[in-house]
Design a protein around this ligand. Sequence first.
Ligand code: PMP
Length: 387
Amino acid sequence: MKTVYFDNAATTALDPKVLEAMLPWLQTEYGNASSIHHLGRKAQVAVEDSREKIAHFLGCTSAEIIFTSGGTESDNAVIQGVAETGFRSEFITSNAEHHAVLHPIEHVHSLGFQARFIQVDERGICTPDALKRHISNDTALVSLMHFNNENGAVNPINELAAIAHSNGALFHTDMVQSAGKVPFKVDDFDIDFASISGHKLYGPKGVGVLYARAGVDWKPFMLGGSQERRRRGGTLNVAGIVGLGKAIELADAEMNERTAHIQTLKTHLEKQLSERWGDNIQFNNPIGFDAYHIVNISFLTPNDITIDGEMLLLNLDIEGICCSNGSACTSGAVEPSHVLLAMGVSAKVAKSSLRISLGKNNTVEEIDFLMEKLGKILNRMTHGFFV
Ligand code: PMP
């Protein structure tokens, strides 16, 4: 059975060129980048080369790039690292953030800091006005994501960062979903911290970047050796770092082509969905204010018909189609997506959601295949309500 992969917001396939760049560092060039001997020095040169590529992409200096194990660690490092400094007493985020931000903020709250979770609007966006209402002179850090991983909502990062700075607070953005998809220079957005993950941009899993502006105070989160200028202990993941550098370089070089391709697919998919099911579906991605790789829909049914999102995913999987929804399994029960609930979507509608996240390897034929199979599955699941 052919795999049709529409879960690119969860992870992406490693680009063959990235794999090729990584292979020597998994085979013959196995030195520890901290070692003095020639194998170690070679590894260090490769790490620094990758750091420069990423710094070039972000428009920052190499010293501002810290390699981590991924988006989750980068988010934790910022939030817990700023809390450690004791600078002010309050942390602000929104209720539609990824758990890699929400949970560290809940953690610092449990240590005695104030935590404010801004209510996003019905599009899933944290508006500048909402931030203005919450921010105060006690705010240490504002952490708001660039692209939402569930519905693709795009936050106005530069306006939000400007509000944080005018109140003397630091600003962090989780750009895990946007990195490599749009040009992003840290000075244009005026941010202090950013999180990137390798596996969302056709790079390897288990490697990421924390951008930390020079001069901004934060304490290292991962304590250990003196790697990364004493800001992140741990033997460097040389192959992963090389792969991430290559993935960013490719994303930069191929950005226009990838964007145009994925945008065409998204437009095609949205058109098919609307034409076929019109009033019986709801787009949860805020059209016009959303990322170009995520379509998130819910199925609207009369009260006596429910579409169970998990059952839908399993039925699609039987056909070889990989999609997702943002629900989480908590204590054995499946909870609807916290992002959709934050937007004011009802639990019933949120439970019937489907996230189709597109990538550079998808084709129009795959979308047509999805539409055909989805039609049959929905028809079966709703006893003919969906045709
Ligand atoms: N933030 C966002 C917005 C994400 O989509 C993800 C991955 N689902 C993460 C953080 C976590 O990144 P990682 O998997 O690299 O830990």
